[in-house]
Design a protein around this ligand. Structure first.
Ligand code: 5GP
Ligand code: MN
Length: 341
């Protein structure tokens, strides 16, 4: 059990709390942020949830839901940092954020708060916040949020417990590949069971997330399947999608999220490398997925990225001094070096 008391103590005097997700937000950071906000809104606090960019459409059931009046949801790049109305708050809490770079342009706002907190499940020793509660045994940060909520006496009766349950379930569902990955523990299933007992069937959440693929997304996948490259006798699958290819199919960035886990589903493949266009021209965002033959957190660390043993990410920047081809070769070399049989 984590030391949740230190968080409660750190934020007890705060009347405005800002909750931050990581850049390129996913189901876990969005689910965790909203679950935490609903929970804290019960204690007379005003909560601002601040995402860097609009989260993926398939999470709209969370971020487009009607919120209690003391919870506000902000999209930072739409609010334009210069004229933003977002207050710095008395406390800032980062959820699912392994290092402060993952706060993107919101770093300054985060560190302006007199008290900073991090709740996370990544492998990271980063101490960017005053108070850190991080457990890499949680399949999702949302598991930790549920544990925090359950510390509260009569937690089952608190207002918004149904919303909290749905948000937590979303975080767990998405970070475990629908309960399929090796990060799943008995606790993961117990927590999911509790949330279903409280909020009822969650089948609609699975459907909202995974059964709403656009025609453009299917067109992108059809194109992508045809250009997978293989290295190391087919043990490494590599797929690079350009901005032009995305524009050609009309697919948006959300469409890319399913492609990384797919690479590892190919027979004989242990490591999947998905390369997606970055924010600026020449930049590339990489998603790595592996099985027991490779620690892709270590691979990502070698290039300034991070994440988990079986799922990690990093960004290639042209100013690194390496051409992309050199980088690609080095990356594949790093995967080969870290290979365990
Ligand atoms: P994804 O490939 O789904 O974007 O990310 C997989 C995992 O790696 C997630 O846990 C995510 O938070 C982490 N991750 C992705 N990109 C980066 C990065 O650039 N730096 C770090 N530290 N972690 C990342
Ligand atoms: Mn997560």
């Amino acid at each position: 059990m984590q030391d949740w008391k230190q968080i409660s103590e750190a934020i007890t005097g705060a009347s405005v709390i800002n909750v931050f997700t990581h850049i390129h937000s996913d189901g876990d950071c969005v689910g965790s942020a909203f679950a935490l906000a609903y929970f804290l809104s019960n204690f007379g606090k005003k909560i601002n949830i601040i995402c860097e960019e609009k989260p993926p459409e398939n999470l709209a059931h969370i971020y487009e839901a009607e919120l209690p009046e003391n919870i506000n949801f902000y999209v930072y790049d739409e609010n334009n940092a210069a004229d933003t109305e977002i207050p710095c708050g008395d406390a800032a809490i980062a959820v699912d954020v392994s290092d402060s770079k993952r706060l993107g342009a919101r770093q300054e706002l985060f560190f302006k708060a007199p008290v900073t907190v991090r709740i996370d499940h990544h492998i990271s020793n980063d101490t960017f916040a005053n108070v850190t509660v991080c457990n890499s045994q949680w399949a999702a940060t949302a598991e930790g949020i549920w544990e925090y909520v359950k510390n509260y006496e009569n937690w089952e009766k608190i207002p918004y417990i149904t919303e909290i349950a749905k948000s937590v379930y979303t975080g767990i569902l998405t970070d475990t590949g629908s309960f399929a990955y090796s990060n799943v523990t008995p606790d993961t299933h117990s927590i999911a069971a509790e949330t279903i007992r409280i909020a009822g069937s969650m089948a609609w959440i699975y459907s909202a997330i995974y059964e709403n693929q656009t025609k453009e997304e299917i067109a992108l996948k059809a194109m992508a399947y045809g250009k997978v490259e293989y290295f190391e006798e087919g043990k490494i699958a590599y797929l690079q999608i350009t901005r032009e290819e995305m524009e050609k199919t009309g697919a948006d960035d959300d469409a890319l999220s399913g492609l990384a886990p797919f690479l590892r589903c190919i027979k004989g493949v242990s490591v999947g490398i998905l390369v997606k266009p970055g924010k600026l021209k020449g930049q590339w965002r990489l998603s790595l997925r592996s099985d027991e033959h490779c620690d892709v957190n270590a691979v990502a660390n070698a290039f300034g990225g991070g994440g988990h043993i079986r799922a990690s990410g990093l960004t290639y920047l042209p100013e690194s001094g390496m051409s992309f081809d050199e980088f690609k070769e080095k990356l594949i070399g790093e995967v080969k070096n870290g290979w365990c049989d």
